[in-house]
Design a protein around this ligand. Structure first.
Ligand SMILES: Cc1ncc(COP(=O)(O)O)c(C=O)c1O
Length: 388
């Protein structure tokens, strides 16, 4: 069950807030580990940008995963939360000097380098710090993904990564640098990908690139394929767990790792999306001529995905079992995009009902803002709610 407490229990806390189902999170991690255990060369760095809630991080850390960071703040948070810096990787097209210095100070495992000027700055800052930085080159594989345009990252028009055509030259540059050590290649083609063919296309591209490296006698220890596995936003009750089986089978069957190579992953969404829900309360039901609006107290400031990407989340009225009616579910923020769903069927709804927005554990709480001077959302787990 995605949400374990009853509406009456959830309603004892001030809304809106994030509810996390720790049991589901742990089941997800267990199922992921089960699939990963089929190959001892696999290493997971959880993409902390998806969700950095301390409860979530506790489970991730106990699983023995590393962390994928995209900022100095995330590196500091991961280290303070007790993650092994050697298992931290750091991506991002615009790493500021202080962020690189933060990574060097903590001795992170790898910088995923996205451009030549960045490579030069890392080499320079590592020299100043009397150290050597491990680096993977993030290569833009020019592989598309069947997902929302705003979350495709692996096409040559996207800002991410180093052009494939430049890869050999950049590798040659790294070989001359004294304070960087090239240990691998990094890729990430996008997010919320459910068509396994997209990952197969990535594997094929990496195989081609590795053939080129073989010809030059270049051996690399790490291939990092990033994250991107999607979840079922439409039917979270039916598919609470992502399809880890198919995902890892794709890599087992299609990627030709070289002797001694490790395969690293950076899943975010797939691990945490289904365990989180945004719990809100109905403020008003407005009956206009054309539409009925359910106006809830949760908004785009707690969960921006629908406004930002047109993302769909399943919505449940946990308080009512009356006959269904058609509603738009909207937030109170002064933006026309503050809409969670249009023309959906919900049981007849009234002021005070508890409305849950499901599958909100990834890119929900971490993307919350204080727009309209709204407070940042709190979060609770079953332990908190059942104890009340
Ligand atoms: C470099 C990198 N790795 C991993 C991820 C995690 O992606 P996902 O949450 O889709 O698994 C992202 C997300 O944008 C990313 O940019």
């Amino acid at each position: 069950m995605i949400i374990k407490p009853q509406a009456s229990q959830l309603g004892r806390f001030a809304t809106p807030y994030y509810y996390y189902n720790e049991e589901l999170l742990q089941q997800t991690i267990d199922s992921l580990k089960q699939e990963m255990s089929k190959d001892s060369r696999y290493v997971m760095h959880y993409a902390i940008k998806a969700n950095a809630n301390p409860v979530v991080l506790k489970h991730i850390q106990q699983a023995g995963f590393g962390i994928d960071c995209v900022s100095g703040g995330e590196i500091a948070l991961a280290c303070q939360a007790g993650f092994d810096p050697k298992l931290i990787v750091f991506a991002g097209v615009g790493k500021a000097d202080w962020e690189i210095e933060t990574g060097l100070k903590y001795g992170i495992g790898c910088f995923n380098v996205e451009s030549v000027p960045e490579l030069e700055v890392i080499n320079q800052l590592a020299k100043q710090a009397h150290t050597t930085a491990n680096i993977c080159l993030r290569i833009n594989p020019n592989v598309g993904a069947h997902t929302h345009a705003n979350i495709v990252t692996g096409l040559s028009d996207n800002k991410f990564g180093i052009d494939m055509a430049h890869m050999m030259n950049v590798i040659a540059m790294t070989q001359k640098m004294e304070h960087t050590q090239l240990i691998g290649l990094h890729f990430h083609i996008g997010s919320q990908i459910v068509e396994m063919d997209d990952f197969i296309a990535l594997c094929n591209r990496i195989n081609e690139l590795q053939d080129g490296l073989d010809h030059q006698g270049i051996k690399l220890k790490i291939i990092n394929v990033g994250g991107g596995l999607g979840i079922d936003y439409d039917n979270p009750d039916i598919h609470p767990l992502p399809d880890f089986k198919s995902f890892f089978a794709v890599y087992r069957q299609n990627l030709q790792l070289r002797d001694g190579q490790e395969l690293h992953f950076e899943l975010g969404r797939a691990i945490v999306a289904q365990c989180g829900s945004l719990i809100t309360r109905v403020l008003y039901v407005k009956d206009n001529t054309n539409k009925k609006f359910v106006i809830i107290d949760g908004s785009m400031t707690e969960l921006i995905r629908p406004a930002l990407y047109g993302a769909h989340h399943k919505i449940k009225n946990l308080s009512s079992s009356k006959a269904a009616e058609t509603y738009d579910v909207v937030g109170p923020v002064c933006e026309s995009s503050d809409v969670f769903a249009t023309d959906i069927s919900l049981p007849q709804t009234q002021r005070g009902d508890i409305i849950a927005i499901l599958s909100a554990g990834a890119y929900g709480e971490t993307m919350a803002s204080g727009y309209n001077q709204r407070p940042l959302p709190k979060s609770y787990t079953d332990n908190d709610i059942m104890a009340e």
